[in-house]
Every structure is written in structure tokens, then in C-alpha cells.
Write a protein that binds this ligand. Sequence first.
Ligand code: AMP
Length: 406
Amino acid sequence: MSKFSDHNFANQKALIRVDFNVPLDKETFAITDDNRMRAAIPTIQKILKDGGSVILMSHLGRPKDGPEEKYSLKHLVNHLNDLLGFTNSPSGVGGVKFADDCIGASAVELSASLKNGEVLLLENLRFYKEEEKGDEAFAEKLSKLGDVWVNDAFGTAHRAHASTAVIAKYFPREKRFFGLLMEAEVISAEKVLHQSQKPFVAIIGGAKVSDKILIIENLLERATDIIIGGGMAYTFMKAEGGKIGNSLCEEDRLQTAIDLLKKAAAKGVNIHLPSDSIIADKFDANANISTAPSDDIPDGWMGLDIGANASEQFTNVIKHSKTILWNGPMGVFEMAKFQHGTKAVAVAIAEATQHGAFSLVGGGDSVAAVNQFGFADKVSYVSTGGGAMLEYFEGKVLPGIAAVNE
Ligand code: AMP
């Protein structure tokens, strides 16, 4: 691998795997959240500035069997023009070109005729089954379109697909790069996983214990404190003999919860469970609410957020930490009545960050929460990769990273 920032891409066609898997309005196909597109812009611009050209490839959605209008990347062209500053460009240069197939004659012709400073967007890679299968012949066809391969799709780095990993073998090592986004993701994750300053708190929330077992196990080797909130906390409460009413519980994970608590005790890692909860009489934005100890929730009620005492308890731990990882909300933050705990955690992380802590927020719903509450620029890093970030913190080798490095 060569270092992206040190390389001069003049006169080179850079084939970049980006993650443009953005949500589109079902009727108008307008982009409803362009964060993933924005995240790739610095990488594209660096190459154009060097005097190279760019060929972008991505997936969008989950097409079942070949091309589908609603998953066409053509819906992204206009906005990409805006983001790259091509719209109304005074010099008349630019204008993203679009190939209505990612391989085949049109892709080959358009990429061959691409001039320095120009950008070509290829149609959805997943219109071919070969992409997800990691098909070698398909990867080789893609590889012919560019002189160098840049992987900037952290969101799909945990998949060994044709364009994210298999393609690497068709480029010599010095022609494979991490893009700037990928580089930033890896550097941030490494700061937490392997270079953490202590105290290191991991805040894990969300719905299910089963989704987070591996990440908790891996963090037990590294963190000094683990805060467990959200729906998953109640499985731990019940495992310890608590009364949790109708709160979320994975009965088949009670033993797992006990084992994790035992492991933590043996390793001297402090596990923090919410002392109290905001409880509701139904899972509804307009439910009646009250407060109860998290291990003594009345029958017919369910814990949908951490309580005020728990918020204070968690805030204290967070404020004294030097490294902070946050994955998963503390409650049903999508409903106003149950977002206080998640907000309190975001505030505490922002404060700790201001006082010098390194904080990383990763994983779909906690990222949505920091964005919703306006805290994205108050933490050190917000990861763009949900599943990929989770697997990274589970200690797995991500194929998209290995492919560039090998
Ligand atoms: P995850 O995808 O596992 O991170 O879970 C995120 C989801 O968990 C969000 O949609 C939250 O609404 C939900 N959630 C958080 N806390 C609770 C809770 N106490 N009860 C039910 N669902 C919850």
C-alpha cells in the first residue's frame, strides 16, 4: 500500500470504491441523507486537484435480481455535481458523467475517454450478483477501468465483495490506496482499540445483547469501564435477579449476561448498569410514564430510557474518561419522552471531549442520535460505518482493509 496523501495522481485514472449507499425518497428519488456522499468528497477532490480523473463505483440498496430503477445511481448525479462544485462551474469544466452499467462497453468507453479533472459514476455494482459473491472475473473487469484502486468505502469494509476486496489482486501493492475517509476511520478506531489512554469507557446501548456480545467481550480486554444502557440492560438486570416487567429481555441470553459480568469482575473492568429507568405503560410516544429502579419495574410497565440517577451515574464515569467509545442509544431516543438518557450521554461525551478526551461514536443509531441532537462536531470522530465499525471493535480483520494492506 502507498500512502494516499503522499501520492500524486496526475494523469492517472483512479477507480474509487465509495459507499454511496444513501437513503432515497421512495417517490421522488431525492436523497434524504447525503452524509455518505459528503464523506467521500475530500478523496475525490485530492485526485482531481493533482490532475487525475476519478471513476466512482458503489452499491445502493439491496437490488434482488438485476437492475431496478429505485436503486439506480443516476439519482445521485445532480447532487454529486453540487457537492463537487461542478454545477454552474464558470470555466464550464466538469459535470459528472454516468455509465448506465458498471462493466461492459459503455463503462469501458466512458472511462477510456475520461480526461484529467473529470469524474465518471458507474451504475450500481449490485445489479450484478457477482459483486456480493466476490466473483473474480467480475472484479477483474472492474479493475480494467482504472490505473489505481482506492478503497474509501468504510461502510462496506467488512464485506469481501468483488469491488471492496477481491479487486485488490489486480492491482500491484503500490497501486492500492486507502482513501482519506478510510484512513481517518482506521486511525480513529486504532486510537480507541490499540492506543487508548486510560480511563477508557465503552458505552454500549441499543436493543439487543445478542448483537453486542462480541464487542463487549473484546472490550473487556481493553476498557476500564463499560456502560450498558438501552433495551439490552434489562437482560442483565433480569440475569442478576431483578424484576423488569415488560422490558425488552432476551431469555436465551441470561446466561451470556451472567458470564459477561463474571468475566468483567475477573478482569477488573467496571460494568455500569442504569440504577433507574424511565418506564412506560406501553411502547408508544404518548404512553404514560414514571420512574422506577431498573431492577424493580412493576408488571405491565417497561423501561424505555435510563432514569435521571442513571444519567448522572453515567455522566460521572464519562467525564472522568480519556478515551470514549459509544455504540448504541440509551433508550428509545426516536420518541421525545425517551431521549433524555441518550442526550445526557451525548452532552457528557461532548464535555469530556472539550476537556481533552478522545471520543468515537460508531454504529447506526448512536450516530443518528448525535446528528439529531447536534453533537456531531462536538465529539472527536463520528464513524460512517455501522456494521464495519462494530466488526472492527469485535476484533475482526475487515476484508476491505486487509485487501489494501496485503
Ligand atoms: P441497535 O440497533 O441494537 O443499536 O438498537 C437501536 C434501537 O434500540 C433503537 O431503535 C432504540 O429505539 C432501541 N432501544 C433502545 N432502548 C430501548 C429500550 N429500553 N427498549 C426498547 N428498545 C430500545
